[in-house]
Design a protein around this ligand. Structure first.
Ligand SMILES: [Ca+2]
Length: 168
């Protein structure tokens, strides 16, 4: 009985080993950051305030992209309000291309590593923007700040950031 158990364990460990061997080192890889992953809300001085929450179910941004719309709360507000969303991520390997798709209710400005990415301006609740941000990113730590201004009614942000790398 003990011998049989050991044999099973031996087979299992050799399967795991060969699996690890075959999965090793693809030349190119890609990862995606969406608006509903790792997003935090900060104030104007970049001090952490709270985690983002999902948008009001009536927001027209919902369903615009294959990602979830986020905001600071799900309530309606009548006035103008600006919300700052921050996401930090690390790039390992050599960056080959990065694109950002975004839309905002009502307007979005994006800063990448402290510089305004004007090529990504113009995203609204009815206008989805796709921009190439390859030159604004770097190996190692990166920071993206989305400044979203809501001019009344619902507010929200939705985006998909795709980062392609090749192994160095
Ligand atoms: Ca609005």
């Amino acid at each position: 009985m003990v011998n049989r158990m050991m044999l099973i364990l031996l087979i299992l460990s050799s399967i795991t080993y060969s699996h690890a061997q075959t999965c090793q080192g693809p030349q190119a890889s890609s990862f995606v950051i969406k608006s509903d992953t790792f997003l935090e809300i900060v104030n104007q001085n970049m001090i952490y305030l709270q985690q983002a929450v999902l948008c009001n179910p009536n927001n027209s941004l919902r369903g615009l992209l294959d990602s979830k719309c986020i905001w600071k709360d799900i309530n309606y507000l009548s006035g103008t309000e600006t919300v700052y969303f921050r996401v930090e991520f690390s790039i390992n390997g050599v960056l080959s291309e990065s694109t950002l798709k975004l839309a905002g209710d009502d307007s979005v400005i994006i800063e990448l590593n402290g510089a305004r990415a004007t090529e990504c301006d113009g995203g609204t609740h009815s206008n989805l923007i796709t921009c190439n941000i390859t030159s604004r990113l770097r190996a190692g730590k990166n920071t993206a700040i989305f400044t979203v201004t809501d001019y009344g009614g619902l507010g929200g942000l939705v985006f998909i950031l795709t980062i392609n790398t090749i192994s160095s």
